[in-house]
Design a protein around this ligand. Structure first.
Ligand code: RFL
Ligand code: PHB
Length: 391
């Protein structure tokens, strides 16, 4: 089997890359270890930055998003039983975000790929990337019980945080940067209309809570819990009671309850793998970097990476110049580190770290007060949340 670009992983990074290459007339093959249903149902991100929305539209993958997605012009910060709204368009010159779940982005891209694009093999597990430093890198993979080789001009590892692609970068050329947090998120899906029409990020002495949504009738809610928590250890009643406490305001706001249809725990981690390229192997999305979900940046960073790669390869084809491919890692990492910084600041401002002192608590409140009272501070948050530019 032979192709121009071998793509490992059919998460948002791999699927969007295949689409962008197809639109540029470049062929690719996508290898995905899991089955289609698994990829389409994995509950994850919910927020698309303005730039991500624009990219999906331009790629011809925005039709259902524009029909069913919910445009959000702000978020609410809640602390000390008070509420403060951040108005994105007013602070950023018109930018906003879209609530449209990662599951739906993946379904749309898979449908397009199967209808119009190149091969997308489910149940195809990449075992190793070989020859990254040569002109013809290869992906060894297992599909339907047989081992095969995919010969490529380029390989893009879009295989997420536990993938194999990055292990092909020699250790002596690699630097990794990591931080783990001593807490996790317990996330639920509930069949109840969201109790607020925008996302609510709550800082509370008992820990962080987030109100998000999937549709006008489905709520997505998160609670900060100790790392290593078993989701099943929390009864539905305990979850609702804890959410009510953390979202409580002085003005009588009420959280509506409904049947919980799914529960899971997500660990929190910051991680960057440098460089994001070795020879003809390129890393994109979670394969190269992880952010804690508080900033809603992971999927959006993955989109930025694959747009950068697709542009660089198209440039190479049109002009013969390697320049943009050579700049890939540097270009992506600039944006990655801004997103790491933003996600870290959101996380440390809103979560209660075990062992935090009263001084730490007051500092968090002072940071939130600053955002609530200074247009400059609020603008910084709004610019970060709606997304850093792709160029
Ligand atoms: P993915 O989605 O993990 O996809 C990688 C794919 O590669 C496959 N794979 C392999 N395939 C073949 N051979 C192998 N050896 C393979 N190894 C792995 C996997 O099966 C998988 O299908 O990575 P990608 O495409 O880079 O996308 C990244 C995003 O999924 C991730 O950053 C976001 O979900 C993070 N995230 C959020 N991002 C946002 O932008 N906004 C949000 O609101 C947001 N909320 C979240 C989040 C992540 C969360 N969790 C569960 C970590 C909320 C949560 C709770
Ligand atoms: C989500 O809806 O899943 C979501 C929204 C915002 C975040 C993280 C997750 O910061």
């Amino acid at each position: 089997m032979r192709t121009t670009v071998g793509i490992i992983g059919a998460g948002p990074a791999g699927l969007l890359l295949a689409r962008l290459l197809h639109n540029a007339g470049i062929d690719s093959v996508v290898l995905e270890s899991r089955d289609r249903a698994y990829v389409e149902q994995r509950q994850r991100a919910g927020i698309l930055e303005q730039g991500t929305v624009d990219v999906l539209r331009a790629a011809g993958a925005g039709e259902r998003m524009d029909r069913e997605g919910l445009r959000h012009d702000g978020i609410e910060l809640r602390y000390d039983r008070r509420r403060h709204r951040i108005d994105f368009p007013a602070l950023t010159g018109g930018r906003s975000v879209m609530v449209y779940a990662q599951t739906e982005v993946c379904k749309d891209l898979i449908a397009l790929q199967l209808k119009e694009g190149g091969p997308l093999l489910f149940g195809a597990q990449a075992l190793a990337v070989e020859g990254a430093e040569s002109d013809s890198p290869r992906v060894r993979f297992r599909h339907e019980g047989r081992e095969s080789v995919l010969e490529c001009d380029y390989v893009v590892g879009c295989d997420g945080s536990w993938g194999v692609a990055r292990t092909a970068v020699p250790a002596e050329l690699t630097r990794t940067f990591e931080r783990t947090y001593p807490f996790a998120w317990l996330g639920i899906l509930a069949d109840v209309a969201p109790s607020h029409d925008e996302l609510v990020y709550a800082r509370h002495d008992r820990g962080f809570a987030l109100l998000s949504m999937r549709s006008p009738s489905v709520s997505r809610l998160y609670l900060q819990v100790p790392e290593g928590t078993d989701a099943e250890a929390w009864s539905d009643e305990e979850i609702w009671r804890e959410l009510e406490r953390r979202f409580e305001t002085a003005d009588g706001w009420r959280l509506e309850r409904g049947p919980i249809t799914q529960k899971s725990v997500t660990p929190m981690r910051s991680y960057v793998h440098e460089p994001m390229r070795h020879g003809r192997l390129f890393l994109a999305g979670d394969a190269a970097h992880i952010v804690p979900p508080t900033g809603a940046k992971g999927l959006n960073l993955a989109v930025g990476d694959v747009v950068t790669f697709a542009r660089a390869l198209a440039h190479r084809r049109e002009t013969g110049s390697q320049e943009l491919l050579d700049a890939y890692s540097r270009t992506c990492l600039r944006r990655v580190w801004q997103a790491e910084r933003f996600s870290y600041e959101m996380t440390t401002t809103l979560h209660r770290t075990p062992g935090a002192t009263p001084f730490d608590d007051r500092l968090q409140l002072a940071r939130l007060e600053r955002i609530a009272s200074s247009r400059a501070a609020a603008t910084d948050l709004a610019e970060g949340y709606t997304g850093f530019p792709l160029d």
